[in-house]
Each structure stands twice: as C-alpha cells, then as structure tokens.
Design a protein around this ligand. Structure first.
Ligand code: ZN
Ligand code: MN
Length: 484
C-alpha cells in the first residue's frame, strides 16, 4: 500500500461584531447572561414578523472577503434553509446558498495557499440548555454569522490549526469578530478523508464540536491515525459525523450520515436581493479598516528588523511598541542631533527586551489594554533612552520599570526621587572603592597576590554599597588600575 494522504477541508462559523442582530434591531450581545432578554417578534420567529437587513453585517463579511483575497459578488441574496430544531423557532434559517457574498479566495499558511471556496452570511440559532429540563434561550437567535468554507487543501492537524488561528487574527484585526472559540464566537468543523496518493478521495468524515485550536489539531491528528488503521486492515471508513471526547482524547461517533439532508432551499421572499455596485453597499467603498497581520509581519521585519510574533498576535502590544520606538527616537534626537542606524537597532533591541520580557513579567498575562496599565509610551521610551545612554544600569532599569508599572510615574522623576542615577564619576567611585578596600583587607591582599576571583568580590561590594548604582565597568577599571 502506498502512502495514505489526508485531504482536509474546514467549515468555520464566526459571530460578527455588530451592534444589532442580523435581521432585527435587537442588541447583539455576547455577554448577556439573562436568558431571552434581547428578543423581538422577528428573532423569536413569530409569523408575519418581517426581517430587515443589517448593513453592518453585510459590510463586515465583505471586508473579511477582501482580507482573504476573495471575489466580492456583484449580486447577492438570502435563501431559506428549512429544517426543524427546537432552537430554530421559524423552522428555517436565513442563509445564502447560490449567491454568497464572497467566493474564490485564499489564505497563505507557511507560504502555501489554502483556497477558500466561499464566505456567506447567515443568522445563528438560539441555544439549548439541558438540565433536568431542556430550556431555549433566544438571545443568540438572529446573531449574524459568517460561514467560511475552504477547499480541501489542508494536509495536517497543524495546518488546520494554523489556518484557524490566522483567520481569527485577521477577523480580530478588522474588528469583524472577536472570534473567541472558547466563547463559541468561532466554531470550526473539519472534513477529513484519507486515500492513497493519486486515487479518488476516500470516505469523508465530519468532526464537529471542536472548542479550541488545540483540539482542532488533536482531533485531526487522531482521525488521520484512526482512518489509516481502518484502511490498512482493508476495511472501509464509515461516513459519519464525529465529535471530540476530551477525556478519552479521541473522536467518537455522533451520528451516521443517512442521506444528504434536503433543506429545500429557496430564495428568501421577505428580503430584497443585494446590489453590491450601488449605495449603501457599494463594494468599492467597503475597504479594509486595518493593516493585516501578514502585512504587519513583513513591515516589522523590514522597518525594525524583527520577527516577534507577540507584536502580531497582540495587536495593541505591537501598536505600543511602535509608539515607544518613535518616541524613543524623538528623545534621542533631542539629546543629539543625529541618530544613526546602529543606534536605532540598539533602541529597537532594548524595546523588544523590555516590552517582551520585563513588561510581560509584570503584566502576568494581562493585556496592556486593561485599565490598570499605567505606563504611557512616552514614559516607556524615556526609560529605554536612559538605559541606552547608560544613565542607569539594566539592574536599576528593572527597579524603575516596576515602579512605573505600579504608579504610572515618570522614569526621570523616579530616578531623582529614589536617587537611582548611575554613579560614573571617577572621583566619587574612587572614594567608595577605597572604603571598600579598607573594609575588606583580606580580599584586597588576595587580589594583590594574584587571586582574580577577589576582584569580582570587591566589585560586588562596591555595587552593594552603592545599591547597584555604581557603573560596574568604571569600577572594574579603577580597581584594575589600583592593583596593577
Ligand atoms: Zn430581535
Ligand atoms: Mn452555516
């Protein structure tokens, strides 16, 4: 048997971040905890209630389509997808079948183009809560959803995960969706089949209820192994829907596919078709409102020579970094007229270190967007410049940063108040060193007789005496001079 090749496609639903629901003016709120609060006759599916189109929802899907290199339709319309379920009061979902808003796009993952078949707009259903009774909450009913379907271009669990993660990032950059999988704002379904290279595609298995990116990867990897084992025994894979069992760390059968569902789609008679060449939905006027993550990756590499993924995945942190750099350059230019390339590189490298390591440590997993974050980019930049110009040591800088983090204070103010400025003055240092030598006669004797480790000890004593403020290089130089 030749190598079995997995063929994987994704179907991803994401809640659109709109003020109102898709076809009524009820609030679209992901955080509403009171059941059935944001409801009206339209989203409760009362007979005769008429839907209207939320333009913001259409625009967000078009924007997502642009970001994903899709062809935007000239003409689009809604269709009814008929089926019965207790969370679907109307007995049909308003969706799009024949005329989706976006078609034929792609998203590059590791230089490979994963083609996107379509992105269409639809509404979500209510949600069911099963306790001893089953309850229906219609807050989610009518919330706008984009549904994205890829071509079967994905070939591993990792690739499936990366696609979903990059998509989430794009949707967040554009403010199209918060796309939080844990909150059900983004739902990923996987279609997967295995077959020998060059032969027809194998039997397709659908995996649903994947509630995190990690689980997407795990479920795909598990399914590749499971199907391969069946095929290697010469048996056939059953066409079915499976779900992920977190406890058992495997996919389990949920239901076998009887026949293809017949949803009896037909054009939605209560809504007008959409003309995307005319106001108010003229497609030329629906443009990207933000730089895309991949463009930012490339720009950061070109402009600053860095590849730091945290500045990409945390957009606000990336913005903060850029502000700190530009303020930092201003500070430096004020101190001296010209800043050369090497100095800029040093500044960038200091910023990366202090933002990505020290600051992250202080934040303990919080975002700088939180209201407790007090350090302005100006103050952060000033701190970086003080380190760069060696007015304070890195050890002192950490103290100052901690103080800034706690109080939002100005670094030069903190340094002044706490008397933390680096001591470089040779006269002052000489005095302190002489004191240290007097207090540590033994070590001084050792150094005289050639024991090198005694020198480190003496430097340490000077640092301690100055509470870390002495310039260690200058101290080293003076001590060497004294003992040679
Ligand atoms: Zn409503
Ligand atoms: Mn759907």
């Amino acid at each position: 048997m030749t190598e079995l090749k997995p063929t994987i496609g994704l179907e991803i639903h994401a809640h659109l971040k709109t003020r109102a629901k898709m076809f009524c003016s009820c609030k679209n709120s992901a955080t509403e905890s009171e059941p059935n609060k944001n409801v009206c006759p339209v989203c409760l599916g009362h007979p005769g209630a008429l839907p209207t189109i939320n333009e913001q929802g259409v625009k967000k899907v078009v924007e997502a389509g642009r970001a994903l290199n899709c062809k935007i339709a000239d003409f689009s319309r809604f269709d009814r997808k008929n089926y019965f379920y207790p969370d679907l009061a109307k007995g049909y979902q308003i969706s799009q079948l024949k005329h989706p808003l976006c078609k034929s796009g792609y998203l590059k993952i590791n230089e490979k183009e994963i083609r996107i078949n379509r992105i269409h707009l639809e509404e979500d259903t209510g949600s069911l809560i099963h306790n001893d009774k089953s309850l229906v909450d219609f807050n989610r009913s009518g919330v706008p959803l984009m549904e994205l379907v890829t071509e079967p271009d994905i070939s591993s669990g990792k690739e499936a995960r990366q696609f979903a993660e990059e998509l989430r990032l794009i949707l967040r950059y554009l403010d199209v969706s918060d796309a939080d999988m844990e909150k059900g704002q983004m739902r990923v379904e996987v279609n997967i089949s295995l077959a020998e290279e060059g032969s027809d595609l194998g039997t397709k298995v659908e995996i649903k209820n994947l509630n995190s990116f990690k689980v997407v990867e795990q479920a795909v990897e598990y399914e590749i192994k499971r199907q391969a084992a069946i095929l290697k025994k010469g048996k056939g894979v059953v066409q079915e829907t499976r779900g992920w069992n977190e406890k058992k760390q495997k996919t389990v059968s949920q239901r076998a596919k009887e026949e293809a569902h017949d949803y009896r789609y037909f054009p939605e008679p209560d809504l007008p078709p959409l003309d995307l060449n005319e106001a108010p939905l003229k497609k030329e006027e629906i443009t990207l409102r933000s730089e895309l993550p991949q463009n930012r990756r490339e720009r950061f590499k070109k402009e600053y020579g860095i590849e730091k993924e945290l500045f990409i995945t945390d957009k606000s942190l990336g913005n903060y970094f850029e502000k700190v750099i530009s303020e930092g350059l201003n500070w430096l230019k004020n101190k001296k007229s010209r800043v050369d390339k090497k100095e800029k590189e040093e500044l960038v490298s200091l910023c990366c270190n202090y933002i990505l390591s020290d600051l992250q440590g202080l934040l303990e997993g919080d975002s700088i967007e939180g209201e407790n974050f007090k350090i302005t980019p100006e103050n952060f930049a000033e701190l970086i410049v003080l380190i760069h110009t060696e007015e304070i040591s890195s050890k002192i800088a950490k103290k100052v940063l901690k103080e800034m983090f706690e109080t939002g204070g100005d670094p030069s103010q903190i340094i002044k108040e706490k008397d933390l400025k680096q001591v470089k003055d040779e006269g002052k240092l000489e005095k302190i060193i002489e004191e240290v030598i007097k207090e540590n006669e033994e070590a001084a004797e050792d150094l005289k007789s050639g024991k090198k480790e005694a020198k480190q000890y003496l430097i340490g004593q000077v640092m301690a005496k100055t509470r870390g403020k002495a310039d260690p290089e200058a101290v080293n130089k003076i001590i060497s001079r004294k003992f040679n």
